[in-house]
Write a protein that binds this ligand. Structure first.
Ligand code: ZN
Ligand code: ZN
Length: 282
């Protein structure tokens, strides 16, 4: 996975405009520094395999694959219940409105046919366009998580956000309005979105006296900690968490702690735990 937003894929015409002669291009190909994706389209050595596949197919990375390159947080694909390993789906490919699809080996590409501006023939779509693609292709939750992570990183600001909003349907516009620029993680975004339908009052990143910063506080007394993969492993972190929870309890606050796998793969249980706990003081 490369994380460059600058395309490493160029047409012959673009390479010539950058000063590479025909001869220089041929030499670069011969030395392995340039890879030929198809006729008239070349990838620098550092282009990732997905970007290369997209170029073979006739476009550039789009949708969730472009979002990943832009550094946006994404939900993992649903866990496969069957034991059979499923082949990884090909990249989501932005074909603009008018590209041709090309046959190539092992094609599993998911094409996206939407017009948009991009200076480079094989550049990534804009953040606004990527988010719109994610909304249409991958649904509300994936979109919301990617959107809040884009806002958090200042990758989409006022005017672009308004452009995005106006391109969406009523559900999408509502998600834009509900989104914030200070979500601390994709997990937090997801939990906030999922709790919304229950009409629970949710505050995020709250400084709780004696405890410190808490991810989410529900109805003023139920603290929800969404533990990411890395931060809470090991004995000393566990001790710190226990001290936090005890401090909170001494102030009459209850802590529920969920990890990444529970929130992503066992939401029913997480939701029942939260609603059950809230009901005790209803
Ligand atoms: Zn897609
Ligand atoms: Zn393909």
């Amino acid at each position: 996975m490369c994380s460059s937003t600058r395309p490493s894929i160029w047409t012959t015409k673009e390479l010539r405009a950058q000063g590479y002669t025909k001869r220089a291009i041929a030499d670069l190909v011969a030395s392995g520094r340039l890879r030929r994706a198809r006729r008239g389209v070349y990838a620098w050595q550092d282009a990732c395999d997905d970007a290369f596949t997209a170029a073979e197919h006739g476009g550039s990375l789009g949708c969730t694959d472009a979002a990943e390159h832009l550094g946006l947080w994404l939900l993992p694909p649903p866990e496969d219940e069957s034991a059979e390993p499923t082949p990884r789906p090909g990249p989501h490919v932005w074909m603009r409105a008018d590209r041709h699809q090309y046959a190539h080996s092992d094609c599993a590409s998911v094409p996206h046919w939407d017009a948009g501006d991009c200076r480079d023939a094989f550049g990534l779509p804009s953040v606004t366009q990527v988010l719109e693609q994610v909304y249409r292709c991958r649904g509300a939750e994936q979109f919301f998580v990617a959107l809040e992570s884009a806002r958090r990183q200042n990758l989409i600001l006022g005017k672009a956000l308004a452009v995005l909003r106006s391109a969406l349907d009523a559900v999408g516009r509502d998600l834009v309005d509900f989104s914030r620029a200070d979500a601390d993680s994709g997990l937090e975004s997801l939990v906030r979105l999922r709790l919304r339908r229950h009409g629970i009052s949710v505050r995020t990143q709250v400084d709780v006296y004696g405890t410190g910063r808490v991810d989410l506080v529900l109805d003023g007394w139920l603290l929800i900690e969404a533990d990411g993969k890395a931060n809470h492993d090991g004995e000393s972190m566990r001790h710190k968490d226990l001290v936090r929870d005890a401090n909170a309890a001494s102030w009459g606050l209850t802590t529920l702690r969920f990890d990444y796998a529970m929130i992503i793969y066992d939401w029913d249980l997480v939701e029942r735990a939260i609603l059950g706990m809230l009901a005790t003081r209803a």
